[in-house]
Design a binder for this molecule. Structure first.
Ligand SMILES: [Zn+2]
Length: 625
């Protein structure tokens, strides 16, 4: 999903990067740093907020009767399940539906179920007698009301016409039909929708069969690939459409009636974005079709449903040749949603506590695609961590990794986690290099295609292609809140503490941090990578340095400070830094002022230095653009 408010703005163009010979020196600390990740994939223990592991769905059919002009709808669903241990009840999710009947059917018996509503939207279908282990079909008939808010199955009224859309992420499929609504249940679905014959009906997969009887059209869609419920989507309305040609699969853009001529820009650029992502992942787009839908009044930005991606209409309906600033968001959001077709859809988080990674990766991949295809949009200049640092300095901020039980838990802190997560992925990419990063992601995709993962699976895949102990670094950054401030003394002593604003009290922490140092010694500029994972670390080579800058290309998720004399020396040699780094010096010292770590004089020195820069973008940063 892409929430529009989290999209960072575009900043100006790139300075040529100062070319320096890079010697990566891996400090001893990297080998000893923190915990080893268990090689055994975590099994999901039974917890009260999830369905028991003794019953597993294998396939689900859903038939819905929908008329966009009516507030209610009806449906039936048949869920093939395997009962693994004797039980008297079978659980499933539903919310705000009326269950009319439920029964369990096997080849030899039909067992009626008495349904009661439990905690966490879990409903329990109870049998009079014990249900023996084996294969069954859970058959449920139900009725529901179409939502008017943008989740579940909902109504959007546009220009006097009703349209039905769906938004099932995160726990909203249960509002549309009974289901095993957890992301780790990746099974095939077969959707059938009946609606008035004049309506267009679109789903996740191509149409298998259409019949019309008594003015009602019934569309049977092809069975899906294994997927979680939150990626199911369908839409019913009098849409117009335009074909997207040049994709590796068929694709269309569905738009509200009369708007098909506004899709030329998106039709032109979508194929190159999809091709770029296919190349990045080394796997062709994994589904049979790829449709977009322009949703009027969509409160979310966009949603990566398998084969049927929904977008706020303003992202797809554009002038034929929008300006640079107008094209940046639509292209970035399209790249984000398409990246999810692999990261999130083909490989899915086992549970919602890793949603942050799903979003962080899609954001990272979208930025990567923008840099590759559209350098003129200046994504290379965005310093993404600046969007996370303020919120992540709060004394009450929570770690990225936390227990998620319910829908409010999923949403809690998600905005910060998107940008902190993207920043941390960027830090890994910068540390191991883009090609190694891609190799690790490709291995991860190939290993886990069509399955579920936890975040540790990705760190392990990246560990395997690099010399760094990324798992230790990720543990520190994800399991504790906030981020470090690293102070570099003139004698080469590095001290880390938790960054906090002036007057705030925070619990101190220690991180495993990769530092990409640039420093000048005996007139030579040197680059070096070190890992620090202790409160203090001594780097004798820095004691000799004329100046030091510890954040090569401004990709680190930390603040830093140097002694005043070293700051003066750095500013005297400021042109040894690239544009991102110069801006980082400024943002960093402004943050240090807010933390009461330096006086206003230090910030003024930085401002004076940057105000004399040759690059207008640096000058604009200095005057607070
Ligand atoms: Zn997303």
């Amino acid at each position: 999903m892409k929430q529009l408010s989290t999209l960072a703005g575009v900043v100006a163009s790139v300075l040529a990067i100062t070319s320096l010979s890079t010697t990566a020196v891996l400090a001893q600390e990297a080998q000893t740093a923190a915990a080893v990740v268990s090689p055994v994939k975590k099994t999901l223990a039974d917890v009260e907020y999830r369905l028991p592991s003794t019953v597993a769905p294998t396939f689900q059919r859903i038939h819905l009767n929908i008329d966009p002009d009516k507030p209610a709808y009806s449906g039936t669903t048949n869920i093939d399940i395997t009962v693994k241990a004797p039980t008297k009840k079978v659980g499933f999710y539903q919310q705000d539906l009326t269950v009319k009947s439920a029964r369990l059917v096997s080849s030899s018996s039909t067992t009626p179920l008495d349904v009661t509503i439990g905690e966490y939207d879990i409903n329990w279908g109870e049998s009079q007698s014990e249900i023996a282990p084996g294969k069954y079909t859970l058959e449920i008939t139900f009725e529901g009301k179409v939502n008017t808010s943008s989740d579940g199955m909902y109504l959007s009224r546009f220009e006097e016409t009703n349209y039905i859309f769906t938004q099932f992420e995160d726990m909203h499929a249960r509002k549309a039909f009974p289901s095993f609504d957890e992301p780790n249940f990746k099974i095939p679905y077969q959707m059938t929708i009946s609606a008035p014959a004049h309506q267009e009906i679109v789903g996740n997969t191509p149409v298998e069969k259409v019949t019309v009887e008594n003015g009602v059209k019934t569309v049977e869609f092809e069975k899906t690939k294994p997927m979680p419920t939150y990626l199911i989507a369908y839409t019913v309305g009098p849409f117009d459409s335009a074909e997207i040609t040049g994709l590796s699969v068929p694709g269309k853009i569905y738009v509200p009636k009369g708007y098909a001529d506004k899709t030329k820009f998106v039709i032109k650029h979508t194929p190159e974005i999809l091709a770029s992502l296919e190349e990045f992942f080394g796997i062709k787009y994994p589904y049979k079709k790829m449709d977009f839908v322009a949703v009027p009044n969509f409160t979310h930005g966009a949603m990566e449903n398998v084969g049927l991606i929904t977008y706020r209409d303003s992202l797809l309906l554009l002038e034929d040749n929008p300006s640079v600033t107008e094209r940046s968001r639509p292209l970035n959001v399209i790249a984000h949603e398409l990246a999810h077709q692999w990261f999130g859809n083909l490989v899915t988080m086992a549970w919602w506590d890793d949603l942050w990674l799903n979003e962080a990766f899609a954001s990272w991949a979208a930025s990567h695609t923008m840099k590759t295809l559209y350098p003129e949009l200046n994504y290379a200049d965005r310093i993404v961590q600046e969007g996370a640092f303020a919120a992540d300095a709060s004394p009450t901020v929570k770690p990225v990794k936390k227990v998620v039980k319910s829908q409010p838990d999923v949403m809690d802190g998600l905005g910060l986690n998107y940008s902190k997560g993207e920043s941390i992925l960027q830090m890994i990419e910068s540390l191991i290099g883009t090609e190694k990063f891609r190799e690790g992601v490709q291995n991860y995709m190939n290993t886990h295609a069509w399955g579920n993962t936890v975040a540790d699976d990705l760190w392990r895949a990246l560990d395997n292609v690099s010399d760094f102990n990324l798992s230790a670094m990720m543990k520190a950054y994800l399991e504790q809140p906030g981020y470090p401030l690293i102070h570099i003394s003139k004698d080469g002593k590095l001290t880390q503490s938790r960054f906090h604003l002036a007057g705030a009290t925070v619990e101190d922490k220690t991180w495993a941090i990769p530092l990409k140092l640039t420093y000048q010694s005996n007139g030579k500029i040197l680059n070096e990578v070190v890992f620090i994972d202790k409160k203090t670390t001594v780097l004798p080579q820095l004691a000799e340095a004329d100046w030091v800058y510890p954040n090569d290309n401004a990709t680190g998720y930390f603040r830093w400070s140097v002694e005043p004399a070293q700051l003066n020396a750095l500013l005297d040699n400021i042109d040894a830094l690239n544009k991102r780094e110069k801006k980082n010096v400024l943002y960093n010292y402004q943050a240090l002022l807010n933390a009461d770590e330096v006086g206003v004089g230090s910030v003024m020195k930085v401002l004076n230095s940057l105000a004399k820069d040759d690059d207008p973008a640096v000058i604009r940063a200095a005057v607070g653009e």
